[in-house]
Design a protein around this ligand. Structure first.
Ligand code: ADP
Length: 624
């Protein structure tokens, strides 16, 4: 009975079959990589399951070409698939990329998509009219044959196969617009294997033709068929980094971690000592689509003496470096070790510490010597570092503070805290920041003016985690962080302070009357810190307006409210006007008060509860 592919898979298949994607070559590395994974799985089972025995020497991948039948066959003696596994794995697009695939389907051009996700097995349809998968699973006595000619569905039937493992037969397309014949050419296939799959740790064997001199006198040659192992089998992380090209690293990374982009940074490390290990780490060039979701799993692939023992070992990475991908291989870890024991292993702890310090060193180096790339890195993963500062009650803040970048009002670009301190004006003893939705919005806040006029730099914080990170830090090199929107901002001269204090005392009744009208504001006062702007809304204490917004957006509404202060510019016309109205017309005074407060809220990015009322008031006042 013919079965239909799941709808997502069908779309992907259509793309594959009618592919205009240029790099069709990648199908081979996808299939070889699946074969290698299947052997890994079998070998791992043999270490942990007494019922399963394998001889390590026999594990291999075979490639066969039949020019006449136009078939290319990939054979492995790995764990194989049962009929339901054939159904689930090959009838459905791989779970890993599926969500992103769906999301990006409409946004981007098809060509992009094919390159973007680990489309794996299906890529074989780029070069095949028909595919047969004959498989016998480790957990089944029977073998099954999965057949499909593409979009019209697939069949699964009982079949026979002597040995465990999987045989994938590709019926290579006839030449039409594109050339497919080279996929039946042993030299071409051999080159592809060398290029993309050299590091595969099992031998990839293929029959190749040796053109041999058999009769020297008559200069007679003869073609002989010889089975050859094509790959060197040395895992990339075991090679000296000087012997590996950037392209090889990039190919390995893109293949293993399903990225469509080259990594931004490759970190290779070989440590010998009490605990010996090799690590090959990558920092992606962009944020993975699921990075800030709960689906994202951090971790490094962990190998014990070249055998994969854990696909994603989370203990090897601290949360703040969860974006790092890679491989760790150590001879000091035992092969058949359970997850629980592994977690307690002191070797693992030593490795994890050492990896962390290696990553730190590389980031420090990038920050110092390759700022352009560091900026790219920070755009992708800076948020995670800021979370790191703030998480665990700031326990890791000192490790991370020098990696942070914030937008500088003065420099108009991202700077480090160290750079901020180094460029502080004489007499300046705090680090000023202001937070809000966007740089253009915060740069126009009334409170910013006074600080900028003193030529003090201000950090513009526009990500909601920013202020939490800065609050967790409290200070940097003895310089306190000060929120420009806090009413304790203290930049006036003693004289000015004395004067404004007097003004506020003299106008106690007026301010009290305003407070009576407004109610939800905590304090109202005249100020001399504003130069051109009539009003602003500041806060007292630790909770800022931006923080309150974050709390409000949280599912379980945290009842932390900012203590707001309405500040009125004593030198603005509006101050005189208010004083006059307070004496002459209480009714208009009330209208003015409400309008002023609403505009202050608006500037602070807060919603006005009853905009219609305010709009009517404004019209009333204008019309008068
Ligand atoms: P991915 O490898 O990214 O999971 P694929 O579409 O390439 O996606 O493969 C889907 C699944 O099919 C694999 O995860 C694996 O479980 C199974 N599979 C593919 N090839 C083989 C094979 N040669 N032997 C055993 N299982 C395989």
């Amino acid at each position: 009975m013919k079965k239909q592919f799941k709808s997502e898979s069908k779309r992907l298949l259509d793309l594959m079959i009618n592919s205009i994607y240029t790099n069709k070559d990648i199908f081979l590395r996808e299939l070889i990589s699946n074969a290698s994974d299947a052997i890994d799985k079998l070998y791992y089972r043999s270490l942990t399951d007494k019922g399963v025995t394998v001889s390590k020497e026999s594990l291999e991948i075979n490639i066969e070409i039949d020019e006449e039948k136009r078939t290319l066959t990939i054979l492995d003696n790995g764990c194989g698939m049962t009929d339901s596994e054939l159904e689930n794995h090959l009838g459905t697009i791989a779970k890993s990329g599926s969500l992103a695939f769906k999301e990006n389907m409409d946004k981007k051009k098809d060509v992009d998509i094919i390159g973007q996700f680990g489309v794996g097995f299906y890529s074989a349809f780029m070069v095949s009219d028909k595919i047969e998968v004959l498989s016998k699973s480790l957990d089944s006595e029977e073998a099954f044959l999965w057949t499909s000619s593409g979009a019209d569905g697939y069949t699964i039937e009982k079949s026979s196969k002597d040995e465990m493992g999987t045989k994938i037969i590709l019926y290579i397309k006839d030449d039409e617009e594109h050339t497919y014949d080279h996929y039946l050419d042993e030299y071409y296939i051999k080159e592809l294997i060398k290029k993309y799959s050299d590091y595969i740790r099992y031998p990839i064997k293929m029959e190749v033709t040796h053109h041999e001199l058999v009769d020297k006198e008559n200069n007679k040659y003869e073609d002989r068929k010889v089975i050859e192992t094509i790959n060197t089998m040395v895992p990339l992380w075991k090679k000296k980094s000087s012997e590996v090209s950037d392209e090889e690293y990039a190919n390995f990374y893109m293949d293993k971690f399903n990225d469509y982009d080259k990594p931004q940074k490759v970190i290779s490390s070989s440590v010998e000592g009490a605990t010996t290990y090799k690590a090959l780490l990558f920092i992606p060039a962009h944020t993975p689509y699921d990075y800030y979701t709960k689906d994202y799993e951090k971790g490094l692939s962990l190998y014990a003496s070249g055998v994969l023992i854990m696909e994603k070992c989370a203990d090897l990475l601290p949360d703040y470096f969860s974006f790092v991908k890679g491989v760790v291989d150590s001879e000091d870890l035992s092969l058949n070790i359970s997850r629980e024991i592994l977690q307690k292993s002191s070797n693992l702890r030593v490795i994890s510490k050492s990896i962390e310090s290696k990553i730190r060193k590389e980031l420090e180096d990038m920050l110092k010597n390759d700022r352009e790339n560091y900026d790219i890195f920070f755009k992708a993963f800076g948020t995670q570092l800021k979370y790191g500062v703030y998480n665990n009650y700031g326990a890791d803040k000192d490790k991370l503070k020098d990696f942070l970048l914030f937008y500088s009002a003065k420099e108009e670009k991202l700077i480090t805290l160290k750079e901020y301190i180094e460029n502080m004006k004489e007499g300046q003893d705090s680090i000023y920041f202001v937070s809000g939705e966007s740089i253009s919005k915060v740069s126009r806040l009334p409170q910013v003016e006074q600080v900028r006029e003193k030529e003090y730099d201000i950090l513009y914080l526009t990500e909601y985690v920013d202020e939490f990170a800065v609050t967790a830090l409290q200070e940097y090199e003895g310089k306190k962080f000060i929120n420009v929107s806090n009413d304790s901002l203290d930049l006036e001269s003693e004289e000015e302070k004395e004067k404004i204090k007097k003004t506020n005392e003299e106008n106690k009744d007026l301010l009290g009357a305003m407070k009576e009208i407004l109610k939800d504001v905590n304090e109202i006062k005249f100020t001399s810190k504003l130069k051109n702007h009539p009003v602003c809304l500041s806060t007292k204490g630790d909770v800022s307006i931006e923080m309150q917004k974050v709390f409000e957006a949280m599912p379980n509404d945290i009842p932390l409210k900012a203590q707001t202060v309405l500040e009125i510019n004593e030198n603005h016309k509006i101050a005189t006007k208010l004083r006059d109205l307070y004496q002459e017309d209480k009714d208009i005074f009330e209208k003015y008060t409400k309008i002023l407060y609403s505009s202050a809220k608006m500037i602070a990015g807060l919603t006005v509860e009853d905009p219609t009322e305010i709009s009517n008031l404004i019209c009333d006042v204008i019309a008068e």
